[in-house]
Ligand binder design. Structure first.
Ligand SMILES: [Ca+2]
Ligand SMILES: [Ca+2]
Length: 225
């Protein structure tokens, strides 16, 4: 069976995944990659913020997506990839999720990286600021059901983060064209009967006001954390 290194060397199968099939959950990882997407244009080992990372050798459709679209409205196509990587903290292998975006030129991928939580979960596209260009919703996970949502706007060839938060009590993006919002569940520590499985969370609501996500105190039951 072909090893992942051979796949990378052969630059196999750049596959364009449409935005409509992007809700790919982080399920059990396959032993062998079924699809190698845009990460095949990257070096398998890379440095981010002075630390070395390695792209996972168990890439699959569940932890690796590629999207080609015009993210900044300049009428040229960028490639966005989300993928699983790892690094070492002393002797401990630490998983880290990433996104990378940039232009593919003559087989090379000039990209900008951003790090998420430990495990890649999914990427969604949504035009948060209603300018006709999609923003990037980068979902990643950590231990104990901890889910991180980072939202980026790609403009003038660069990523700008417009939202970032995390919760162990569910975090939900509300696709309201007039007022997109993020609802972040919080623990109900003052209720001795409460547990994570009861699902009755306190929550913060962060609404897009045309320029940024703002905490809506009236519509929230928890202070911002
Ligand atoms: Ca573009
Ligand atoms: Ca937009």
């Amino acid at each position: 069976m072909m090893s992942i290194l051979q796949w990378f060397k052969r630059g196999a199968g750049l596959l364009c995944v449409s935005a409509c099939v992007l809700c790919v959950g982080a399920l059990a990882l396959a032993d062998e990659p079924r699809v190698i997407n845009g990460v095949s244009a990257m070096e398998r080992k890379f440095v981010f913020e002075k630390q070395q990372f390695t792209i996972s050798n168990t890439l699959s459709p569940y932890n690796n997506v590629t999207i080609r679209a015009d993210f900044d409205g300049d009428r040229t196509i960028e490639t966005l990839v989300g993928f699983q990587a790892f690094t070492y903290d002393y002797d401990f292998k630490v998983p880290v999720a990433f996104i990378a975006i940039g232009k593919e030129v003559r087989g090379r991928f000039a990209h900008e990286l951003r790090m998420g939580n430990e495990y890649f979960k999914q990427i969604e596209l949504y035009d948060v600021d209603n300018d006709g260009n999609p923003e990037i919703l980068f979902w990643s996970e950590g231990g104990a059901h901890f889910v991180t949502l980072d939202i980026y706007k790609y403009e003038k060839g660069s990523l700008r983060q417009i939202f970032g938060n995390a919760s162990a009590c569910t975090i939900e993006f509300q696709k309201n064209p007039k007022k997109p919002a993020v609802r972040i569940g919080r623990e109900r520590w003052d209720d001795p009967e409460w547990s994570y499985t009861s699902g009755d969370f306190l929550y913060e609501l962060w609404e897009w006001d045309g320029r940024e996500f703002k905490y809506n105190e009236e519509s929230s039951t928890s202070k911002p954390q």
